[in-house]
Design a binder for this molecule. Structure first.
Ligand SMILES: *Cc1c(COP(=O)(O)O)cnc(C)c1O
Length: 380
């Protein structure tokens, strides 16, 4: 079956007990056992819950993977992956990363003795050069946050398998509709389901998908042992979002392409970061490994911080808020919002200037979005 059909049906058969067409919210902490140690597949909702299981099966299918696991947040999913490692291990991570992922590496796991170095995602050899005898894992996002760089996943998977490392790809920005890292050779896919998979800005959640049985077993053990699982209600909301992922992603992309073309020639905009633009240095690679360019655009405004402040305050349809991937358009200032935790010097080094503004393009009417940007740019 094809993507759109799997999004609606995979893991979501009518309820075997009542025939309910929609997977019920199994709002229960525990399950009756027929005799001591004899149960019907579920014992306790931290270990497993049918609503969560439906979500896990659906997301695994969309990523083209064997096994899915749902978590209470994207960060909980990331923490689960890092639990595969031990003190003294080393990670090579791409140098353009979600600020919270960087914070986990540097402020949480470093003191447990996990070392991380950061490779320039624009340099094909940087990852290989950063590998040490104790390296266990490569971690990248593509497209990256917030500069929307594209990383060659197939290339990295060759480096990873040659050196017997796990390749982990955070696929949050592309969603499985536009990119399936496992098919490009990645070992584990990470999602913040808070974003496009949920799609409606109403829950916090995360997911992991892998086709490696042993890796899945360790992650599943961790999921139950550490317990950062989503509740049935949140799982249900993500599952509901997933059903419309394909049509939402097509609209996000259509609107983003339209706005990126408008912004590219606007005199108040000094740079547009969008891999869908033919002028983007990442365009050809994006075409190769993705089937579309998603709905995230970053721009640099002429006019410095005061210009940025005027711009965001004049927007009416775009809402100033962190997060992305919902049906509504959002605007954020990475330097002082999503990426403030990485510090000014490190931000400068990575090219996250105070002029940078990130847009999560929603699925409103594209002319309303263009008019909103045009009006606000007039004030920059
Ligand atoms: C939001 C986000 C995360 C973190 O997910 P939460 O659900 O907020 O914990 C991780 N990676 C990327 C790329 C994100 O955008």
């Amino acid at each position: 079956m094809r993507f759109e059909t799997r999004a609606i049906h995979e893991g979501q058969k009518p309820d075997p007990v009542t025939g309910s067409v929609i997977t019920p919210v199994y709002q229960t902490s525990t399950f009756e056992q027929d005799a001591i140690g004899v149960h019907r597949g579920y014992e306790y909702s931290r270990t497993g819950n049918p609503t969560r299981a439906a979500l896990e099966e659906a997301v695994a299918s969309l990523e083209g993977g064997e096994y899915g696991l749902a978590f209470a947040s994207g960060q909980a999913a990331t923490t689960a992956v890092l639990s595969l490692l031990k003190t003294g291990d080393h990670v090579v991570a791409g140098d353009d990363l979600y600020g919270g992922t960087w914070r986990l590496f540097e402020r949480v796991f470093k003191k447990w003795g996990l070392e991380t170095s950061y490779a320039d995602v624009d340099d094909a050899n940087a990852f290989e050069k950063a590998i040490r005898p104790n390296t266990k894992l490569i971690w990248v996002e593509s497209p990256t946050n917030p500069l929307l760089k594209i990383v060659d996943i197939e290339n990295l998977s060759t480096v990873a398998s040659k050196n017997q490392l796990l390749l982990v790809v955070d696929n949050t920005f592309a969603s499985p509709y536009f990119q399936r890292p496992l098919e490009l050779g990645a070992d584990i896919v990470v999602h913040s389901t808070t974003k496009y998979l949920g799609g409606h800005s109403d829950i916090i959640g995360g997911a992991l998908v892998t086709s490696r049985k042993r890796v899945h077993e360790v992650l599943k053990y961790y999921q139950n042992a550490a317990g950062s699982v989503p509740g049935p209600w949140d799982s249900w909301l993500v599952l509901r979002g997933v059903k419309t992922l394909a049509i939402r992603m097509r609209e996000h992309e259509k609107n983003a392409t339209f706005l990126a073309e408008f912004l590219e020639v606007h005199p108040k905009v000094s740079k547009v970061y969008y891999p869908g633009l033919p002028s983007s240095e990442y365009h050809l690679l994006a075409r190769k490994q993705m089937s579309g360019f998603s709905g995230m655009i970053s721009i640099e405004l002429a006019g410095g911080l005061p210009g940025v402040e005027r711009f965001v305050s004049r927007l009416e349809v775009f809402t100033l808020a962190e997060s992305l991937g919902g049906v509504e358009s959002l605007v954020c200032h990475p330097a002082r919002m999503t990426h403030s935790s990485i510090g000014e010097r490190e931000r400068r080094r990575r090219g996250i200037s105070d002029n940078l503004v990130r847009l999560s393009v929603g699925i409103e009417n594209k002319e309303d979005l263009r008019e909103d940007l045009e009006r606000a740019l007039g004030e920059v």
